[in-house]
Design a protein around this ligand. Structure first.
Ligand code: FAD
Length: 206
């Protein structure tokens, strides 16, 4: 029998799908070895800026309709933008819904550089447009831009992460009826997080 830390709801089976830090706190008494390992997993904060450009504005098609779904920027380039997803090119439904607008997003914020995000939204928009211009030649003004902030949104996998995850799972498995899943373990992409949820429930149910 597993009991939640608050003690209110006893449960036979429990899957913790929370990020590493809260999972660590929740397991501090129940599985202290797992809690210690989870506390070592760092997270990067991220800001996304979503832009809409008019497809028939001068220079837009030449800069953006290049048969790519976006680009990545290595840290060595010293840019604020670390990636851009050309959503209009990646997903047909985005292009169709855009009705003449090309929607794309930039991603800013590398691990340990939270201070670069602690600026007004306008500054992130300006930095994104400057880096988009440098990468693609795009000079057109967007029709609109929206900034979304994801503080502590992306777990970072250090060298040895797989071994750490194995130790976490081993410590968690020692508590009958308990499992963990989510982006902290086997991959940060949505397919990997879903797979980790399937694996966690399968482990408990077999
Ligand atoms: C900006 C950004 C863009 C991304 N883009 C993509 C992409 O294009 N494609 C892709 O595949 N992946 C993308 N990812 C990665 C992917 O979205 C995430 O890694 C994934 O959604 C994480 O899922 P999760 O269930 O592990 O965590 P989350 O979705 O973060 O769920 C954790 C849940 O735990 C809850 N919680 C936290 N603390 C507690 C607590 N103490 N008690 C109870 N509940 C708690 C939270 O409220 C949340 O609901 C992106 C991530 C970010 C941050």
């Amino acid at each position: 029998m597993v009991t939640t830390p608050a003690g209110e709801e006893p449960a036979d089976l429990l899957v913790l799908a929370t990020p590493a830090a809260p999972t660590s706190r929740l397991l501090a008494d129940l599985a202290p070895d797992a809690a210690d390992e989870l506390a070592q997993i760092g997270y990067a904060s991220v800001a996304l800026v979503t832009f809409a450009f008019r497809a028939d504005d001068p220079g837009v098609a030449e800069a953006l309709e290049i048969g790519a779904s976006g680009f990545l920027v290595p840290p060595v380039d010293g840019r604020r933008v670390k990636a851009s997803t050309f959503s209009f090119a990646k997903w047909d439904w985005v292009r169709a819904a855009g009705d003449g607008l090309l929607v794309l997003r930039t991603s800013l914020g590398r691990f340990g550089e939270e201070a670069t995000l602690q600026v007004p939204d306008d500054e992130l928009v300006r930095a994104s447009l400057a880096d988009l211009a440098a990468a693609t030649g795009l000079r057109a003004a967007p029709v609109d831009a929206v900034v979304q902030r994801w503080g502590g949104g992306l777990p970072q996998y250090w060298v040895g992460h797989a071994d750490r995850v194995a130790r976490i799972r081993s410590a968690v498995a020692a508590v009958p009826g308990l499992a963990v899943c989510g982006a902290s373990y086997d991959g940060v992409g949505i397919p990997a997080t879903i797979a980790s949820a399937h694996a966690a429930t399968a482990a408990l149910l077999t």
